[in-house]
Write a protein of this length. Sequence first.
Lengths: 118, 325
Amino acid sequence: MSFIVDYYNYWVAVFLMMAGFYLVISAGNLVKKVVGLNIFQTSVFMMYITMGKVSGGSAPILAEGITSYSNPLPHVLILTAIVVGVATTAVGLALIVRIKRAYGTVEESEFEDKEDLI
Amino acid sequence: MPELIGLVLFSMLGITAIGVIVIKDLFAVVMLFGIYSFLSALIFVNLDAVDVAFTEASVGAGISTVLMLGTLALTGRKEKTHTHKSILPLLVVVITGAALVYGTLDMPPFGDPNNPIHQHVAPRYIQDSPQEIGLPNMVTSVLASYRAFDTLGETVVVFAAAIGVLSLLGLPKRDRAAINSGLKQHMVLRVVAKLIIPLTILFALYVQFHGDYGPVGGFQAGVIGAAAIILYTLVFGLPNATKVLQPTLLRGLAALGVLIYCGTGVAGLLLGANFLDYNPLASDPVAGQHIGIILIELGVGLTVFAAMLSIFYAFAGQAERTNIQ
């Protein structure tokens, strides 16, 4: 049981990463590809936050009577990464809107010219 | 017990991801992705990362869902089914996944206080930051002071992303008044929105100025403030919203936020310290840190607020243009 508890979070992070990867390489719809990229990204967040946790620790906010805190550094990195992730997702979605306007479709299989394939 | 909750939440997250892969209706996919974000926020709380959970709930579940729905409004909600299914992607994914799972076995066990990650800089942050910076929230201390240079980079990325979206989608035209814009005909929505919007803005201000003590800060405050205006735009229409907050003003605010951030750094330089060192800003180093952190949190909040709202305006303007055509 302890073996599973020790590594379960990492396995789920790998599973989510692969789910996102699968969506990116197999989905035909560009919006779905962006959702896949986001899932891939959150899997990395999970991995970092998992590593920062200390068993029996508390959230890293100073309080009376608490001696053990979880590591604040991964929290800082991931907090800013989430905001940046949404900003870059917005750029991706804006590109999709432009592709729709230029080609009339967001399905990979429907681009007429083979050179337009993404 | 927290471990058990973690196991259940992580399993639910995996199931949601499978749902996202299988479902063809993109509207349902985006909604599922919102659920996925809220589940992630719960996991972050369970893993002691309350700041991250707050950000994920407001940014991941709020703003990105709205933006994806805005894109779907322009591109259609059905995914086409493929006639030929290739086995190759699945094969690639399974092999990569197996290699990565094999790799995780070399990871240090979950939650052990003796893991390498807890031995390097973390003890300094945990033991010394309350005295050096004078803030109870260590995440804010690290974000705004020890690693302020990183945060500056991230703020600039948000700013650059807003510029990118604006140059891709163009600016909303102000004079083209669409009469049917928004959901004004729904009385319940109108009344509830009017009740909620002032409270949301008040909450955003609380989040902005309480970052020193609680699990909050400029990033979250900017997003919550933007969410209030986004709600206003959805209910009362884009023309009304742009009358209240003009896109030109927003672009100015986004630049002003980055300017305040960099200005605080340069002020430290001029007073004879390093870039983004706040100690000389006041006679007492801890008071200097306080001033510096409040200033750069303000810069971050302004930039994030203005950038998120500009991005939303750009998407909403596109949708409105399509409706008119």
